[in-house]
Write a protein that binds this ligand. Structure first.
Ligand SMILES: *Cc1c(COP(=O)(O)O)cnc(C)c1O
Length: 375
């Protein structure tokens, strides 16, 4: 039997996830490993979210409410946007897929940074459209270069803000110039999976642009989309909830292709509870900011260059191949990401963990590179 898949599917390079803890236990027999590879929350899930999931379990035999109305209403209230502008997905990954399915087809071009989150390219190819990658300049998304690549075929532009893997945030002034330069019918997607961690007051917050425009004249609102997620700052990566905010006209089209029960009842309950658990969010932000500041200081002490980060991870240059450093750290039970697959064979990306996890990473890295141990 021959299985025939179309060429645009065969052209997709599979997504490579961070190494799971279970795999390390199997391969190396290490049981106390720390995983700083997937930008997950160092504090675990919000206790309120866990309690809400427990309570929601009694109704597991029921279908969830398809459009997650309660979560949508709460988000709309918090963000100051109309509920009709919100589409909730099983992770923001799913919203990326809905966007590409609704708006892209063969012949369309999608401008994206390279390197970037792999889902933009995977989903673009899934829908038969053509990715147009634009390299980073000085480790940052080059908005001017991206605007110059717009052609009459350009339908969508993906921007990651703060950027993964480098951690930089777009500046308001640059973003406004970019919006001026890009034709107003091109869809601009700001993926803000890490925006809660951002500290730079001059950094772009996509919601601010949307809020202004949506309250203005929603029918004419420019097609700007902000994607956010419960996977990072809210500690719910395992239960899969994310969302997009966009002009209601666009959201209506996404709802047409959305699977009717795409977000599980447990996911909806967890997200709703996490949203109100402000203490957990504040604890998370404090832990992450202290972790980033500690890691930055330790990298400076070891003379390792790193990129200023507005996210919950740090992008660090290694004096030798990142893959070899990754292997050395793995043997010590510390999982980080080598950036070789992203085109940076001499960089690693490390998620800020708890103080103990960060110290364990720094100790292991110092041993691997023959540097002095921290005081
Ligand atoms: C982690 C991450 C996401 C979040 O994906 P979910 O599907 O919401 O878990 C989105 N974009 C980027 C760039 C990320 O790093």
């Amino acid at each position: 039997m021959s299985l025939k898949a179309p060429a645009h599917i065969l052209n997709i390079a599979p997504y490579v996830p961070g190494k799971p803890l279970e795999e390390l236990a199997r391969e190396y027999g290490i049981r106390d490993a720390v995983k700083l590879a997937s930008n997950e929350n160092p504090l675990g899930p919000s206790p309120a979210a866990m309690a809400a999931v427990q309570a929601a379990m009694a109704n597991l035999h029921r279908y969830p409410e398809g459009s997650a109305p309660e979560l949508t209403a709460r988000l709309a209230d918090r963000l100051g946007v109309p509920p009709a502008s919100i589409v909730i997905g099983a992770g923001s990954d799913e919203v990326i897929g809905m966007l590409t399915r609704v708006f892209l087809g063969p012949g369309d071009e999608v401008i994206l940074p390279r390197p970037a989150f792999l889902m933009y390219e995977i989903m673009t190819r899934c829908d038969g459209a053509t990715p147009v990658p634009v390299p980073l300049t000085a480790m940052a998304i080059d908005l001017a270069a991206m605007a110059r690549r717009v052609t009459p075929r350009t339908r969508m532009i993906f921007l990651t803000n703060p950027n993964n893997p480098t951690g930089g945030i777009l500046k308001q002034r640059d973003f406004e110039a970019f919006l001026e330069a890009v034709p107003p019918d091109v869809i601009v997607v700001l993926d803000e999976a890490y925006i809660e961690f951002a500290r730079d007051p001059e950094g772009v917050r996509g919601i601010d642009y949307l809020r202004e425009r949506l309250s203005d004249d929603s029918d004419d609102a420019r097609p700007i989309v902000t994607l956010r997620t419960f996977s990072k700052a809210y500690g719910l990566a395992g239960i899969r909830v994310g969302y997009g905010v966009m002009p209601p006209r666009m959201a209506g089209l996404l709802h047409r292709v959305r699977q009717p029960f795409n977000v599980s009842s447990l996911g909806q309950a967890a997200a709703l509870a996490a949203l109100d658990d402000d203490r957990f969010l504040q604890d998370t932000l404090r832990t992450v900011h202290e972790g980033i500041d500690y890691l930055s200081a330790q990298m400076d002490r070891m003379g390792l260059s790193h990129h200023p980060t507005e996210a919950n991870f740090i992008f660090i240059r290694m004096p030798r191949s990142a893959d070899s450093v990754f292997q050395d750290l793995l043997r010590e039970g510390v999982i980080i990401r080598s950036m070789t697959a992203y085109g940076f064979p001499d960089h690693i990306r490390v998620t800020a963990g708890t103080p103990a996890e960060n110290e364990r990473f720094v100790g292991a890295l110092a041993r691997a590179l023959g540097k002095e141990q921290p005081a």
